[in-house]
Design a binder for this molecule. Structure first.
Ligand SMILES: Cc1cc2nc3c(=O)[nH]c(=O)nc-3n(C[C@H](O)[C@H](O)[C@H](O)COP(=O)(O)OP(=O)(O)OC[C@H]3O[C@@H](n4cnc5c(N)ncnc54)[C@H](O)[C@@H]3O)c2cc1C
Length: 383
């Protein structure tokens, strides 16, 4: 098959935008296909902010990827002049044996990351808006902060185009086909058919449809990002005074939040980490209900009473969960010319910069030096 493009990227969200950028920068002829507009709010990459941190409680195996992700965030910031990542410091707070605290300490120890352990009174003294339970301590990490998802997607797309990528928006992929010889792909959209050497499938919450043949259970979940107006004024919640935080309450429910930086009127954003309802991109209910606001208020009243003020807005968003909540990033087990990035399980954005690099390695070189064994689709019973 002779083709006009080297690589087609299906889905230009968090991961597709960085992949298109990395590939075009390395001289590949890229076609990017996206069913919505650039940096839209219908998938998983909107709402103004995403936590980034290094002391990774989910598994220490993520840490080397995080260190590279920080370097690449810095690189795109220098190239574009945009501030995509803001360092604020981060509190991982909860009972000492909670996953949030003990897992963060374990990762930091294993990789020699700088951290402090704050006792209950230290937390109150340093960050008076928090009201930790007597049972809570925290790991404080100076390098934690947040990245801006819409700005990241938009900036990577802009710079992919600068390096020659062709990006087509409002064009939806219906099917893809890979030649069994291991070379060549064909992609059918609502507008036409394209041929290329390789494809990257980075379709977020739509991955269950495009990657059915992988046989992995990918569950899409509805989550809500909520913005509240602090009762005592916004000052103590501003960047510079307020860290990002993940707070595991005594009942092991995890919440997380951000300082205010001007998005969502004068409010600060807070959300439950894992308490979503199963949905699909077609069935998700985008309304936010009073009882849902009430549920988060119960936790704010205990742990962050000043944030329990006027509810400003709620924005739904989707997680795409794998059974073990680790990502799927790999060459397709049946087709070496297909790379997949899926199942980011609600914690993928901070890695977007390095995932783009990994995907570019996989399609250009057929391998990557980054440690991605944890993300193999073959860890699940494969067909
Ligand atoms: C509420 C919420 C909070 C989160 N908080 C954090 C956090 O603090 N830190 C963190 O690291 N991560 C966080 N995450 C997770 C992170 O945002 C996601 O892991 C990441 O955005 C997933 O990126 P993606 O590229 O897989 O999906 P997306 O960015 O949604 O991109 C997929 C793209 O593919 C397109 N597409 C799909 N199918 C087709 C098709 N057939 N044809 C054409 N285009 C198609 C979609 O339109 C979409 O643009 C959060 C997620 C949510 C929802």
């Amino acid at each position: 098959m002779s083709a006009k493009y080297d690589v087609i990227v299906i889905g230009l969200g968090a991961m597709g935008s960085t992949a298109a950028y990395q590939l075009a920068k390395r001289g590949q002829r890229v076609l990017g296909l996206e069913q919505f507009g650039p940096a839209h709010d219908q998938g998983s990459s909107h709402g103004g902010s995403r936590i980034i941190r290094q002391s990774y409680f989910e598994d220490p195996a993520y840490v080397p990827l995080l260190l590279r992700a920080y370097e690449l965030w810095d690189e795109i910031e220098r190239e574009s002049g945009e501030e995509i990542l803001t360092v604020t410091g981060g509190l991982m707070m909860g009972p000492p044996d909670s996953l949030t605290v003990s897992g963060s300490i374990e990762s930091s120890k294993q990789w020699n990351l700088a951290y402090e352990v704050l006792e209950t009174d230290d937390i109150r003294r340093r960050f008076p808006v928090f009201n930790p339970s007597p049972n809570s301590i925290a790991l404080y990490e100076e390098k934690a902060g947040f990245v801006r998802p819409e700005l990241s997607v938009y900036t990577h797309l802009l710079h992919a185009e600068k390096y020659g990528a062709v990006l087509r928006f409002f064009e939806s992929v219906r099917s893809w086909e890979a030649h069994p010889s291991g070379e060549g792909v064909r992609v059918v959209t609502n507008c036409g058919t394209y041929e290329a050497g390789k494809i990257i499938i980075s379709a977020g919450a739509w991955a269950p449809q495009l990657l059915k043949d992988l046989g992995i259970s990918l569950q899409v979940e509805r989550h809500i990002q909520m913005f509240f107006e602090p009762t005592g004024g916004i000052e103590p919640f501003r960047v510079g005074k307020h860290p990002i935080y993940i707070w595991e309450a005594d009942d092991n429910v995890q919440l997380y939040g951000f300082p205010s930086f001007g998005i969502g009127a004068e409010g600060a954003k807070v959300a439950f980490f894992r308490k979503g309802k199963q949905c699909t991109p077609e069935t998700i209910d985008r309304n936010v209900y009073d009882h849902e606001v009430g549920m988060i208020r119960e936790y704010l009243a205990q742990g962050l009473p000043q944030l329990n003020g006027r509810f400003l807005q709620g924005k739904t968003c989707m997680y795409t969960n794998t059974p073990d909540e680790h990502f799927v990033i790999s060459a397709h087990p049946d087709y070496p010319q297909v790379a997949v990035a899926a199942g980011f399980s609600g914690h993928g954005f901070k890695f977007a910069s390095v995932v783009g690099e990994i995907l570019a390695d996989l399609v250009i070189d057929g391998k990557t030096n980054h440690p991605i064994d944890l993300f193999s689709p073959q860890r699940f019973a494969y067909k």
